[in-house]
Design a protein. Structure first.
Length: 316
């Protein structure tokens, strides 16, 4: 199998979407991991830069000059994410995508298997009841230790499997473009990837390869350092959007997850919020009674006292 030089990106079977912001330390390794892919089909690369203030743009332009028929750049002059005017990929990148499939990878992550795309596209081509293909990912922690992104994985995932936990990383996903083209994307939410995964799982099964084929870098100062209750609650806006697409979406089970996320978050939320959202979590968790009973008892007796203790200590 030989890597095909892309002569006409219009003929690409797959488009790689990469979003980046101030990733000068990582973006070279990311792009090289795209270019090393060995496929029997044509692919192209669309990189959206969010007005980086370091040397990321300079690096991107040098790669585009070297691979003008493969790499397309969308360079923002001002940061669009800060404006909070909707999903950036949906607004700026998706309109230019003509390929049958999309693969995603952020500018600080990278792929490790040169046959990753070929494996995933082959699977989707041969299994039309699947909407997406994913795989295991290796996480690099800030102390350079590594671990698998998710243990005890399965080979097939459905929507119900994705409601309360994240089982695969964004850098692993390859999916049918038509699914996101044919459905308007959720607005005023925090977790764009979660919304995407719900959409894909509403349109078919999701395949999971057990081999780790990508690296996810977990930085210091991650989401737990800046997330707020209001930002977590914004993901309730996913419910009316996905319910219009999938009327069978389990709203109450998802609500129980959101409320649990709020009062268990590793930042001080206050005892009033702990009590309020714990009660809401209890109420909505009964939507999947009796499966919720044992986990609920275990959580209440073992984890909740620690959460209360931590909040009391943080208040001091």
């Amino acid at each position: 199998m030989q890597k095909i030089k892309v002569q006409n990106p219009i003929n690409a079977l797959l488009s790689i979407i990469c979003t980046t912001f101030n990733h000068e330390k990582y973006i070279i390794q990311t792009i090289e991991s795209f270019l090393m892919q060995k496929t029997t089909f044509i692919f192209n690369i669309v990189i959206h830069d969010e007005a980086s203030t370091d040397n990321t743009k300079k690096i991107l332009k040098s790669y585009q000059e070297k691979y003008p028929h493969i790499i397309k750049l969308i360079l923002q002059q001002e940061n669009q994410y800060s404006k909070k005017e909707g999903n950036l990929v949906a607004r700026f990148v998706l309109p230019s995508i003509k390929a049958k499939y999309i693969a995603k990878c952020e500018g600080d992550d990278y792929w490790t298997d040169p046959y990753k795309l070929q494996k995933q596209v082959d699977f989707l081509e041969n299994n039309t009841d699947f909407s997406a293909s994913t795989h295991q990912t290796t996480v690099i922690l800030k102390n350079n230790q590594t671990r698998l992104f998710k243990k005890n994985t399965q080979s097939v995932y459905s929507l119900n499997d994705l409601l309360t936990t994240r089982v695969f990383h964004t850098a692993s996903i390859v999916f049918h473009t038509k699914i996101i083209k044919e459905n308007s994307f959720a607005k005023n939410i925090t977790s764009g990837d979660r919304a995407l995964f719900f959409l894909l799982a509403s349109k078919g099964k999701i395949n999971f390869f057990q081999d780790s084929m990508a690296i996810y870098r977990k930085h210091a100062g991650g989401i737990s350092s800046w997330i707020s209750i209001d930002l977590i609650k914004k993901d309730m806006n996913i419910i009316p959007w996905i319910s219009a697409i999938n009327p069978d979406f389990p709203k109450n089970k998802y609500k129980s997850f959101i409320y649990k996320t709020i009062f268990t978050y590793p930042t001080f939320v206050g005892m009033k919020n702990v009590c309020q959202y714990y009660l809401l979590y209890l109420i909505f968790s009964f939507s999947y009674f009796p499966k919720n009973i044992l986990p609920l008892i275990k959580f209440t007796l073992k984890e909740l006292p620690l959460i209360i203790k931590n909040n009391i200590n943080k208040k001091k």
